[in-house]
Write a protein that binds this ligand. Structure first.
Ligand code: 8DG
Ligand code: MG
Length: 127
């Protein structure tokens, strides 16, 4: 089964906001860009706003599609729809008590992300 996921690249100057995935979750113990599964009947952009409010406590006011990546983990197939979150209100934090960081794009490669994120990290650091 293919799981569609809305993912936010929350940007501020040359930094991006990342969070540590709970070790009990799929791809746990790795860093991620906040986001989550699109629910049935929900648009991807609505899912993005809902997930970023739930996980980081921010309200998205503007976003733009960045890249969509399909990836097969073997145990799970995902379609990750990445958005650059260009305007938001509230201060991003680990609302679900997850560890979070603002990271300079030049240091992003120092963090371990799920395999599907590799092209995104590459694109963010080379632009
Ligand atoms: N949020 C997020 N998920 C990612 C990234 N990269 C990546 O491969 N994934 C995968 C891991 C999961 O299989 C899936 C997203 O799941 P999720 O755990 O965020 O979903 P969710 O917030 O709805 O969580 P839950 O209700 O299952 O607890 O996408 C990423 O950068 N961010
Ligand atoms: Mg999530």
């Amino acid at each position: 089964m293919l799981v569609k996921v809305a993912v936010g690249l929350i940007m501020r100057n040359d930094q991006v906001f990342i969070a540590l995935r709970d070790s009990t979750k799929h791809q746990g113990g790795l860093w991620e860009f906040p986001g989550g599964k699109v629910e049935s009947g929900e648009s991807v952009e609505l899912a993005l706003s809902r997930e970023l409010e739930e996980e980081c406590g921010i309200q998205v006011s503007a976003c733009e599609h960045f890249e969509t990546i399909a990836h097969d983990y073997g145990d799970k197939q995902v379609e990750l729809v990445f958005y650059k979150v260009t305007e938001f209100s509230g201060e991003p934090h680990g609302k679900e008590n997850q560890e979070v960081r603002w990271v300079s794009l030049s240091q992003l490669h120092e963090f371990a992300f799920p395999e599907a994120n590799v092209p995104i990290v590459e694109a963010l650091t080379s632009k």
